[in-house]
Design a protein around this ligand. Structure first.
Ligand SMILES: Cc1cc2nc3c(=O)[nH]c(=O)nc-3n(C[C@H](O)[C@H](O)[C@H](O)COP(=O)(O)OP(=O)(O)OC[C@H]3O[C@@H](n4cnc5c(N)ncnc54)[C@H](O)[C@@H]3O)c2cc1C
Length: 321
């Protein structure tokens, strides 16, 4: 990069995450007294006004049929072109699956570092980017400082709040560089089936651990979920080993932040805890009073889930009608 790096550039292929990054990006750009840019990529993209309303001073738009689907080479080349034009000192990328594929390659191409999955960001007096990241399976928080420009960071969904839109003006810059062909060609797409999808947005989650003996027993949890209007989550063995549900919660799974999380037959390992640390209220049901989940819980019930869940569901049905 050249010496004249200034400002903040944000990118995610997901509009909602871009808006969240714009909120934090605006704060950092104001502290640096610099410009905030966003990159919008795809075919028929129409979000530049939205990005300006949410804080962008400039929106780089790459609108091209070759960008209708995400592929790392074309998206990477467009991002590189945006960085060449904006010459930012900070680049924030959404830590989606795609963002995680793009960011490290892109950092290598720029010969810089990348702080991944940051949960807080700030700048210091020397305009360096400071990030907090979870370490040791979410049991501690590391503070890191980026020493090389452009400073790069990836940010998971919903870490930062989307700002309120305001009437603002901004500049739209078209990017029409050559788009390289992707090296991987997608030959088929299949929609994921219902299952326990949508966990990340769910306000209430009831969750199954290995305390459930059989797949059919999950009905106890489904009945509770019905009464509470909750989504069903689980630990990794329940999904990955037993195949009872599609997705699990935790370090290697989904990170959730419901208002209420009810863990049933879950031991509370550090890997599972990493996915529920942002839950507002954690209630756990476990027959082992020394189970670690009780250390993480606001309310703990020492009971056999096979007796407790039907009783809880019945009581809630009576109470909630
Ligand atoms: C690299 C790596 C990444 C991982 N990532 C994740 C992750 O993202 N998410 C995740 O969840 N795990 C993850 N794991 C697995 C993790 O280490 C644990 O194996 C897992 O979290 C344990 O799941 P569990 O609580 O369902 O099972 P267990 O640890 O076996 O606990 C079952 C609990 O149920 C209780 N119980 C049994 N019967 C009853 C009953 N009738 N009534 C009430 N309670 C009962 C027991 O007392 C026990 O506490 C990962 C592991 C590795 C190595």
């Amino acid at each position: 990069m050249t010496m004249a790096e200034e400002g903040v550039l944000v990118f995610s292929e997901d509009e909602e995450i871009t808006l969240q990054l714009l909120g934090k990006g605006r704060e950092l750009a104001d502290k640096l007294d610099a410009e905030l840019s966003a990159l919008s990529v795809g075919e028929g993209v129409e979000n530049s006004d939205t990005y300006v309303e949410h804080g962008a001073d400039k929106v780089y738009v790459a609108d091209n049929p070759g960008l209708s689907d995400f592929a790392v080479e074309p998206y990477g080349s467009v991002l590189l072109e945006a960085v060449r034009r904006a010459s930012p000192e900070i680049i924030l990328i959404g830590a989606t699956k795609r963002g995680k594929e793009l960011a490290p390659r892109f950092a290598a191409a720029l010969d810089t570092g990348c702080m991944t999955e940051c949960i807080s960001l700030d700048v210091d007096d020397e305009r360096r980017l400071i990030a907090e990241r979870l370490t040791y399976g979410g049991s501690s928080i590391a503070t890191e400082v980026s020493h090389k420009k452009p400073h790069m960071a990836t940010v998971p969904p919903r870490v930062f709040k989307k700002p309120e839109p305001k009437k603002r003006t901004g500049e739209v810059v078209e990017i029409s560089s050559d788009i390289p062909s992707p090296r991987v060609v997608v030959i088929e797409r299949r929609k994921k089936s219902g299952g326990n999808l949508g966990l990340e947005e769910a306000p209430i989650i009831v969750s199954a651990g290995r305390g459930f003996r059989e797949r059919g027993d999950l009905q106890l949890l489904e009945e509770l979920a019905d009464v509470l209007g909750a989504k069903i989550g689980c630990t990794r063995p329940v999904a990955a080993d037993s195949g009872w549900l599609d997705e699990w919660i935790g370090l290697s799974g989904r990170k959730v932040r419901p208002r209420l999380y009810i863990a049933c037959g879950v031991s509370g390992t550090v890997q599972h805890a990493a996915g529920i640390r942002d839950a507002k209220i954690i209630v756990s049901v476990n027959r082992d009073e020394s189970a670690n989940i009780f250390q993480l819980s606001d309310y703990g019930v020492v009971a056999d889930l096979y007796q407790f869940l039907p009783a809880l569901t019945k009581a809630l049905k009576q109470k909630l009608g």
